[in-house]
Ligand binder design. Structure first.
Ligand code: PLP
Length: 407
């Protein structure tokens, strides 16, 4: 039982609108599309007080009434926090911005990335359904969050990662209890293995958007940022887009907040950021297509956005369009330059995916796609500490005379 009211009513196919039973575990709809959680916000609206909820502890778990998890015993918690909004004035100035540029630093969450939000929810719901074994394809951070939350809840996890996934991620997953396999392919090839092994291994497939609850976790980014900005929204949100769960989730959150009467009808421009070496959504955006083709020979150091094929492509593209936003790609050199600049000038270490959003903002201002005085929010979705960094340390021999002028 729980002290929190629950308003979750059903699941809905994101393409056809057909309803699905939320009292049993679900993957994709019959149409092969993601399922979205729906709630009775009419009732919730008259009962919930946003300021009372905002004053709670518990990070994203404080929004329990807006989430699907019913019972306290199913809540997977590892010390979640509200992630800080950090202004980066020096970087903003150097990027041509005259408005506020804010980094939402998701690296502060358990396991060091915003994957904690999605997997915290997905693992909790799986626990409620009595699922004992979970599996997923991962570029690193998702697997880390899955393994941690599964272990926390006494569940098994299997992670399949491209063979060039950063070592820190692979070892973290394994140490936190997952069975980890390196696969000679991209993340969607790993996803195919998860699908192929399902029957024999009896695991639940928790791939991006192939179950309905990771998006519910990721939507808390939208609720949290609105709350932190006094129930207003920025002019533009730059989101590093792989599978797009966070972008779709925040877009969903803004709609739900409006139904609750917690915000008005204003919306930020939703901007999907990808790397030039893997930009299927950007290509589809420029072609005006509803779906994105698979990107061949995907290459970028920003592993979290190296996703050649996204099942929620049409939902990402739709949110960009409806919000007056767009999709934009940036070069590897620009990503690296942005990471270096933010670290040196504002003291904030971004992950490469986060640095991509900074590079994209700079490019968008230069190309006249957003106004220089816009309030922009950049998502630093993971801790910069898990990625390779340039080796720039000198060496000193403490027994020799030190040439201080040369330091
Ligand atoms: C997963 C991930 C992304 C992409 O997130 P989606 O919501 O799946 O598009 C971006 N950056 C990092 C660091 C990630 O781990």
């Amino acid at each position: 039982m729980s002290a929190f009211a629950n308003y979750f009513t059903h699941l809905e196919c994101s393409q056809t609108g057909d309803h699905y039973d939320h009292r049993q575990a679900q993957n994709l709809s019959k149409a092969g599309k993601p399922l979205l959680a729906r709630y009775d916000f009419e009732t919730a609206k008259s009962r919930l007080d946003r300021d009372e909820i905002a004053a709670r502890d518990g990070g994203f778990w404080k929004w329990r009434e807006l989430l699907p998890v019913k019972e306290d015993k199913d809540v997977a918690a590892l010390g979640e926090v509200d992630t800080p909004l950090i202004d980066v004035p020096a970087t903003a100035k150097a990027s041509g911005a005259t408005g506020r540029v804010i980094v939402k630093d998701e690296g502060r969450l358990p396991t060091g990335s915003f994957k904690a939000r999605g997997l915290g929810l997905a693992v909790s719901m799986a626990h409620a359904f009595g699922i004992k074994r979970m599996a997923m394809p991962t570029n690193g951070n998702a697997g880390a969050a899955l393994s941690a939350y599964c272990s926390r809840m006494g569940m098994e996890s299997y992670c399949f990662a491209p063979e060039d996934t950063p070592e820190a991620n692979l070892r973290e997953m394994a140490l936190q209890g997952a069975k980890v396999y390196k696969v000679n392919g991209y993340i969607h090839h790993c996803g195919a293995l998860v699908g192929a092994g399902k029957e024999k291994m009896g695991w639940f497939d928790v791939s991006t958007l192939k179950e309905p609850y990771r998006i519910e976790g990721k939507k808390t980014m939208g609720i949290e940022l609105a709350c932190q900005m006094g129930w207003t929204l920025p002019d533009a949100i730059f989101y590093p887009t792989g599978g797009g769960t966070g972008l779709i989730g925040m877009w969903k959150a803004f709609d739900e907040l409006e139904r609750l009467g917690w915000i008005g009808s204003e919306r930020p421009k939703m901007i999907a950021v990808q790397a030039e070496g893997c930009a299927p959504i950007v290509k589809a955006w420029h072609e005006g297509s509803e779906h994105a083709e698979e990107w061949l020979d995907a290459q970028t150091a920003a592993m979290g956005i190296r996703v050649p094929k996204a099942i929620g492509d049409f939902l990402i593209l739709r949110a960009c369009k409806q919000s007056g936003g767009f999709a934009i790609d940036v070069s590897e050199a620009h990503i690296e330059a942005a990471r270096t600049r933010c670290a040196r000038e504002d003291g904030l270490l971004l992950c490469p995916e986060g640095a991509a959003t900074l590079a994209a903002m700079e490019k968008a201002i230069a190309d006249g796609l957003i106004e220089p005085d816009a309030t922009s929010m950049l998502f630093n979705c993971g801790s910069g500490l898990k990625y390779a960094m340039p080796d720039a340390a000198g060496t000193l021999d403490r027994h020799a005379e030190i040439d201080w002028d040369a330091l």
